[in-house]
Design a protein around this ligand. Structure first.
Ligand code: SF4
Length: 349
């Protein structure tokens, strides 16, 4: 089902941390904090414009919602809760840190109509969490997930790929642990090193060496397939294209079409593993997958051509968006594993 949010950004207010990668003001583009009148205005405006409010959540993003002063959190929840149910919105979605979840907080969130909680896990490897000054552990994530599930909230997890002291093994470990925690949704953010952050200092001093861009694209392809096969909905892959972020980038994995690059990689793997020794193929895909099957800027077509394979692409909307058809055989490219080109060296850490 399509996922809609009315996003209200609660920036750094009350956040007791300064993670090595974070500058919320640059990411959200705002340092103003919303108050109850702003929430009511945004919600009533959205209610008059949105066709299917019962499929839409009011989403407090951009900071650590349950770490803000309690009176302020209650002010926002009180304002939003008036727009829930009875032909209005489906519920409230919040994002927060794993170490600011306990029974008392969850009781309050339940009372005000919060339906979904997204945790910024970022990594499930303690060495990476500590090196990036997250201030919480893998165990904090596990404990928070358990509690959120017990209370019946929809669980979402956010992870970052390519943080300081990360590695291919550590990323794959995080993806595996996330799969075991079985969230409903995941957001994958490849790291973008922003001006003014600790990561920018570490990068400039040469201590923080980034994994190659293509490795991160391939890692994300592996993760996307893994989450798909586990029935976990990846609702975001890559940062939103934004002028503000682009102006402040020092290094990292920012690309305005990052999601498309990853999906193109998955499709290329699928096509490549299906063509066997043929030199001419007709490939059928759903019309909505045409551009990712052809590859970003037709990169998949070019790679096939370089390999001496002539490929004609046709559309067939009886196929799902993840399927391809070659020689009458239908293959779900998201279900093909182990051929992404990433060589995982176990025990690397
Ligand atoms: S906890 Fe969240 S808002 Fe606070 S510094 Fe870290 S990433 Fe930024």
């Amino acid at each position: 089902m399509k996922h809609n949010n009315i996003s209200i950004f609660v920036t750094h207010v009350g956040c007791p941390h300064m993670c090595a990668f974070c500058d919320q003001h640059k990411i959200t583009g705002s340092s103003d904090i919303p108050h109850c009148d702003d929430v009511k205005r945004i919600c009533s405006q959205a209610l008059s414009q949105i066709d299917d409010p019962e499929k839409t959540e009011i989403a407090f993003f951009g900071g650590s919602f349950t770490a803000v002063p309690k009176e302020y959190m209650l002010e926002l929840l009180e304002a939003a809760s008036g727009f829930i149910g009875d032909g209005k919105f489906k519920g409230i979605r919040i994002s927060t840190r794993p170490d600011y979840i306990d029974e008392q907080v969850l009781d309050i969130l339940k009372q005000y109509g919060v339906t979904s909680i997204e945790l910024g896990a970022q990594s499930l490897c303690d060495e990476v969490l500590s090196a990036n000054e997250r201030g919480h552990s893998e165990q904090d994530v596990i404990d928070a997930c358990r509690l959120i599930n017990q209370y019946g909230f929809e669980l979402g997890l956010q992870m970052m790929v390519g943080l300081y002291k990360s590695s291919i093994d550590r990323e794959l470990y995080t993806a595996q642990r996330i799969t075991e925690l079985a969230p409903k949704t995941v957001r994958i953010y490849p790291v973008v090193v922003l001006e003014g952050t600790k990561l920018a200092e570490l990068y400039r001093s040469g201590v923080y060496e980034l994994l190659p861009f293509n490795t991160v694209v391939e890692l994300c392809a592996v993760m996307l397939k893994k989450f798909y096969c586990a029935g976990i909905n990846v609702i975001k892959l890559g940062l939103h294209a934004s002028e503000l972020v682009e102006k402040n980038i020092v290094a990292g994995y920012y690309h305005p079409a990052f999601n498309e690059l990853v999906q193109s990689t998955i499709f290329f793997d699928g096509i490549n593993s299906s063509i066997k020794d043929q030199k001419e193929i007709t490939l059928f895909v759903n019309s909505r997958s045409l551009s990712v099957a052809a590859g970003h800027k037709k990169s998949n077509m070019k790679k096939l051509e370089e390999a001496g394979v002539k490929c004609i692409i046709c559309t067939d909307d009886s196929l799902s968006r993840q399927e391809i058809k070659i020689n009458g055989e239908i293959i779900n490219v998201f279900k093909i594993t182990g051929n992404s080109g990433i060589q995982v060296v176990s025990g690397q850490d």
